[in-house]
Design a protein. Structure first.
Length: 218
């Protein structure tokens, strides 16, 4: 990831932002698109499964997976404030020792990680400029399932992303968002042997879940 984007992530997602997100999660649970992602990813069960949550934020996915019996996993994020919030909540829930916390650029750190049953990227693809590199690092690590949430695509999404970035330029803020086309995202993931099994597009977000066909064999 470019240095300006890394710096932008730290500024955009600071401790105050992380605390607001964590308080909202404690009151209301995961956001609607995240709930939809979790439901599709957990279709074959999560008990005893391992996971990698890329760009996991305050840990909404990890907290839900662990609450439903996941064995443990990895939480990766480029924003230190999110990692601190996620770890703090995991400590309060009593399972922090079963989570590995990885900071920095996931593309650069992915080679250090073992594969996991489930890999998730919830509203992460739109924060990364090099989509093929990001998914090329994540997809090979998914033994069974890869799920992601991204902007739904199309002209309206491109307009929205352009507007956000215009405002960021006016603010002289280095963080940018990206409108990668869903068809291009699918093509990259499927090039690593995963097959799309679920898709749902809402007003803003598109949820995509892919599985590895051989994972279901005895």
């Amino acid at each position: 990831m470019s240095c300006p984007q890394c710096c932008g992530l730290e500024r955009q997602f600071d401790d105050a932002h992380a605390l607001r997100n964590l308080r909202r999660f404690r009151r209301k649970g995961p956001a609607k698109a995240t709930r939809r992602l979790l439901g599709a990813v957990a279709q074959d069960g999560v008990e005893g499964r391992t996971f990698i949550d890329v760009g996991g934020g305050i840990g909404a996915i990890q907290h839900e997976l662990m609450a439903h019996g996941a064995a443990g996993g990895t939480h990766s994020d480029a924003a230190p404030a999110f990692l601190r919030a996620a770890r703090s909540e995991a400590e309060a829930r009593g399972y922090a020792e079963r989570i590995r916390y990885v900071d920095g650029d996931f593309v650069e750190r992915a080679r250090e990680l073992p594969p996991a049953d489930l890999v998730t990227l919830d509203r992460v693809v739109c924060c990364y400029p090099d989509m093929p590199a990001l998914l090329g690092a994540a997809a090979p690590l998914a033994r069974r399932t890869l799920g992601l949430v991204m902007p739904r695509g199309g002209p309206l999404a491109r307009f929205g992303v352009g507007l956000v970035n215009f405002i960021q330029r006016l603010r002289r803020h280095p963080f940018r968002v990206f409108a990668h086309e869903p068809s291009a995202v699918e093509a990259v993931v499927e090039s690593y042997g995963l097959v799309k099994r679920f898709e749902r597009a809402g007003v803003v977000w598109r949820v995509l879940v892919f599985t590895r066909p051989e994972a279901g064999r005895p």
